[in-house]
Design a protein around this ligand. Structure first.
Ligand SMILES: C[S@@+](CC[C@H](N)C(=O)[O-])C[C@H]1O[C@@H](n2cnc3c(N)ncnc32)[C@H](O)[C@@H]1O
Length: 246
């Protein structure tokens, strides 16, 4: 059992909130750019929200990978109800898929590494999945996350980090919207540690990318989004697997 096995439905609902629709998805998809024909692994795919979106965006092949049986079951049910050609794998990356991807996307998965070894393990899974030169785009907790637990409440969640979070220290994520309320324990990782883990697993320079609003949200009053944009709770890291030394 993992802390996510019973949470597929709430993550589905969470993905419908304005915060994700108007800010997170446009940011991630904007960073990914044109996916036409590309082979994409959705690492820590959860209920398959991004896997389905990537398929609709024209990716040539999409595989969702997650260690939570409950999440994978839910994602497969969605695929049967509305086939998009996404396949899902539970547990570890199947050996047959190693090196077979142009892009790995990992949204909110690095925060669930509880130790540095688990953090490098997740980065290594991404590296193993990619062809040389392939991209890894991933969203950890932002090292500059706001320390007021109520700062993100208007977006559907509260985050409690403590004043001086350190590598591996717990971050309480409370999803709180509509009739839902649940807690998940994530972990804080500093910028230096995230970059070290990526470097040690074969990735090149890391670009820290900015969030962007959807065109409709950008055309509206900025007040609602300003607190998030001034201190995003997640960073968007964009890096490439280095070519192996010959
Ligand atoms: C917060 S959910 C995010 C799900 C999805 N990416 C989304 O954006 O809705 C984090 C997911 O990462 C998965 N996860 C955590 N550690 C993992 C690991 N080592 N390997 C595969 N999946 C993992 C969890 O089971 C969970 O489904």
């Amino acid at each position: 059992m993992t802390q996510f096995d019973e949470l597929a439905e709430i993550y589905e609902e969470f993905s419908r909130l304005p915060f994700r629709r108007e800010l997170e998805f446009p940011s991630v998809l904007g960073v990914l750019g044109d996916l036409s024909g590309l082979r994409v692994l959705d690492l820590g795919c959860g209920s398959g929200v991004y896997s389905r979106t990537l398929a609709r965006c024209g990716a040539g092949r999409v595989v969702g990978l997650d260690e939570s049986g409950g999440m994978i079951d839910h994602a497969r049910v969605r695929e049967s109800a509305e086939p998009l050609g996404v396949s899902y794998a539970g547990g570890r990356l199947p050996a047959a898929l190693a090196g077979g991807f142009d892009v790995v996307l990992g949204v909110y998965v690095l925060p669930y590494a509880t130790t540095y070894a688990e953090l490098t393990g997740l980065c290594r899974t991404a590296a193993d999945a990619l062809r040389p030169g392939g991209r890894f785009v991933t969203l950890p907790i932002h090292p500059g996350v706001h320390h007021d637990p109520g700062h993100y409440e208007r977006y559907g969640f509260r985050l409690t980090t403590g004043r001086s979070p350190e590598d591996g220290s717990p971050v309480d994520l409370e999803l709180r919207f509509a009739a839902y309320e649940t807690h998940v324990t994530a972990r804080y990782w500093s910028a230096a540690t995230l970059e070290r883990a990526l470097r040690e697993t074969g990735f090149g320079p890391v670009r820290w990318r900015s969030h962007r609003l959807s065109p409709s949200a950008a055309a509206g009053p900025p007040g609602f989004w300003q607190p998030y944009l001034s201190a995003p709770h997640a960073a968007i890291l964009d890096t490439r697997k280095e070519d192996s030394p010959s």
